[in-house]
Design a protein around this ligand. Sequence first.
Ligand code: UDP
Length: 327
Amino acid sequence: MRLLVTGGAGYVGGVTAAVLAEGGHEVTVIDDLSTGNRDGVHPAARFIEAPVAEVAGDVLAEGDFDGVLHFAARSLVGESCEDPAAYWHGNVGTSLALLDAMRATGTTNLVFSSTAATYGEPERVPITEDMPKAPTNPYGATKLAIDHAITSYAEAYGLAATSLRYFNVAGAWGGFGENRVVETHLIPLVLQVALGHRDKILVFGDDWPTADGTCVRDYIHVKDLADAHLLALESNEAGRHRIYNLGSGDGYSVRQVIDTCREVTGREIPEQLAPRRAGDPATLIASSAKAVEELGWRPERTDLRTIVADAWEFTEALGDRAHSAPA
Ligand code: UDP
């Protein structure tokens, strides 16, 4: 297939573009490199460095794109609270421009990178797609707004679309993984401590209502996630917007993650207790039953050790290319 990947220099977009390129698909990546890395783009992909909203129309007008995978977005929860305008314009504005470009060029097949943050603090776990959507920060609110826009475009204009609501994505694949300038996620931060690029990992609260008092999350391997995008793309139907949660269905606490990182790396990883982080729900676990049933999705790397081991292999290999590397 001939595919457009927005945000293909970022983590999930980069890995998915790599999986698609290695699978023989013709991949064009648009990314403005505001947060992504040029070397995070698979060498077989055509790369256009530009804001998606500015160039998507011209790129799609070249014609014959079989589908669009839309990853380009700002995705830092804390930043979204401090600078919501950047998120509303950056995420919603860009997505509307892309949807309009798709409509204008008759490109109908879309997979959108949505998030568990659209649900906010859940009433119960595992979280199913029909549960209330009540995002607790502008990041989640912008992703939910885009989901609503996609639903309307599907109903009115015949767009064939799927939104995939990711839980905690981690791991690496084929030499592509997490290397952000500003890192806030648990597993890459813990591995940077293992590597000696940071002194310690802060544990945000140990008085949560969970078994060991630290927050519980559902970690999903980025390769399993990438596979779901292709399944969605191949089964999209005109006029229909489907939404699926993607997680492993298992919850691991912050302490369990740190201990697994110690086991996998064999390194000492100092930790320090810190106050709770604002906006963190105690427990987030996905039900991916709908994706398994309807998409035929079969996650293969659900074991936390495998996820951490793949992330560690990538992190170690990064060396000086790591943004966290000491100057
Ligand atoms: N966390 C932590 N220390 C850190 C980063 C994260 O204790 O330095 C915790 C965070 O409070 C949450 C879990 O690890 O409970 C996962 O956080 P992350 O930012 O990776 O993903 P999120 O669940 O926020 O999407």
